[in-house]
Structure formats: structure tokens, C-alpha cells
Ligand binder design. Sequence first.
Ligand code: 13P
Ligand code: SF4
Length: 338
Amino acid sequence: MRQNIHPMETSEVLERVGYLDLPIDTSLNIEEEIKRIKKEKKAIILGHYYIRPELQDISDFIGDSLGLAQKAEKTDAEIIVFLGVHFMAETAKILNPDKKVLIPDLKAGCSLAESAPADKFAAFKAKYPDHKVISYINCTAEIKALSDVICTSSNAKAIVESFPTEQKLIFAPDKNLGNYLNSLTGRDMVLYDGACMVHEQYSLEKILKIKEEYPDAEFIAHPECEKPVLLVADYIGSTTALLKYTSESKSEKFIVATESGILHQMKKNDPGKTYIPAPSVDSTCGCNDCSFMKLNTLEKLYLCLEHELPEIILSDELIEKSKKPILRMLEISRKLNL
Ligand code: 13P
Ligand code: SF4
């Protein structure tokens, strides 16, 4: 039996827990119900590669941060349900202020975005008045509003190179990606001191051991990893680039240094190849999983679609200010066919 709940009751629950936690009729086929409600409500489900496999499979579009922002910009769906983390859903809302944007769990944050609170970043930026600001999309709408342009790991190099070499730049909030971009482009961007806890947990020592154990495997890494790890990588790229690489490379084995959700797509694309998650410093922590991404579940997705909650709400002023740098990124990417 489906539950009818009072809206007041619903918002009170959400205030406390950040997601709907209502009983679900156990006789329901949740996946079928999700498909039914989605069609009925003209909703689209956008999912990031790091979410659980069953959620990747039920998404209408699965992609990296750039692909998802591009899809969100173009969709004519009436409701967007975002299976990812808060900053991604926020980006979809900024691009679609008149649409309802939902996220199954409001607590699906991001350690990297959290490493840059707006007041701290504003004080940092104030020290460099003649610098333009490039912000990685993994930041809050408030940080986007303080930026000149946004980038993702797919287009970061092109975004940096869109500025004349004499232009002084700040890169925020990911110091690892910023550091990698400085070495790639020869720039000397000032880096904000932020990082992702998933990508910073890889153990160089253990990676070197595993490389020795599998000499025929290629070691591939996301640029959010720390410099010593990137220095021993055979290939560095965004999630989409890593996926493309494992498909196109002649190698049969890969040691993968990024969130483990990506392995699902790699296995789907090329089931005959072997994918070894890169080892972390603590082998008992399950650190290759982003705990925020994994807050998304089928049950929460069902409740979210059914009750159209939790919803991303942003002020008109914040949408206005944060939209400009996102549109600039999308425009540059369009011109370069990215
Ligand atoms: P991309 O999706 O741009 O590869 O970024 C990975 C990531 O950490 C998303 O949070
Ligand atoms: Fe944020 Fe890292 Fe999780 Fe990506 S993997 S959402 S950067 S905490």
C-alpha cells in the first residue's frame, strides 16, 4: 500500500534526517515503480559513475560531471532526479531554475566541496585581487558565484588555456587537480588548499607493490589523486576519459585509482578485461567508495520520486551569480567539442 503523507509532516522529517524514511510496501517491485512514476511525472534520472551499480542501471543518463551538466542544460524533462552528490544537483538546478530538481538524500555532500566554505574562500580570494578564479565544479553554489569560470576534470586543461598566459589565476578548491594542471600547462596558478578524501587515500607504497605483482597491468588514475600517485600513473583522466581508455587500450588489466563505482561501467563495456581497485592506506576502510555517493539507494530514489522530496532550493540571487561561470564553461566546452 502506498503511503499518503502530509506535506508538513514530510518537511519536518526532512529537516531532521535529510531524506525520506517512510515504510515501503514490500510487495512492490521498486524498480518497476520507479520507471512508472518517472514516466508519469515526466522526470529524468541523471546518475554519476560513482553511484551503486543498480542505480547506474536505472539512470536515463550516466556520466561524469561535465556530461551530467551538459545533459542537465538540455533536458526538457519536468523533474530532474540527480543520483550523485549535492553540488551536482545544485548545478542542475542553477541551469534549470524553473524545474524541480530532486536528490534522494540531502546529506550526499562532498568532502572536496566542504573543504571550501564560502567565507574562507572569499578571504583567500581577497588576497589576490588581480587574479581570475577557476573553480572545479566540485564546490558549492556560493563558491561558483565567487568564480569567473567553472571546470571539470574533463575540460580543466582547456579552461585554464582559455586565459592568456599573462593572466594570473586562482584554482580552487582541489589542490591536487590544480597542481596537476600547473604541471600540464606550465602555469603557476595559486591553489586553494582543498582535496577529496576518496582520492587522497591511495597508498603509493602499495600501488608500487601491486604494479610489481601485475607487470602487465596499466595503472590509471583520476587527477584528484595526490602528486606521488599521479607520477607513477600510465594514464591520468576524468572518469569518462578513464572509461574510454580502458576500452581503447590494448591492455587486458588495469589498476584503477578512482572511486570503485566506475568499475561497474568498465566491466559492462569490456567484461573480458580485469580491473583491480588501487589499494588504500587502510585496507579495512572501504575507502575506494565515496560514502556520499553511496548514500543514494533504490529505496530513497523511489520515495524521492513518489513524494518529490528532497528538493534543491536556491535563492534567485545565488542562481543568477553562480550561473554565469557555469555557462562560460559550457560555452568553451561546446566550442572545443568537449
Ligand atoms: P568527474 O566526474 O569529473 O570525473 O569527477 C569525479 C568526481 O570526483 C566527482 O565527484
Ligand atoms: Fe566529492 Fe570525492 Fe566523493 Fe567526488 S569522490 S563526490 S570529490 S568526496
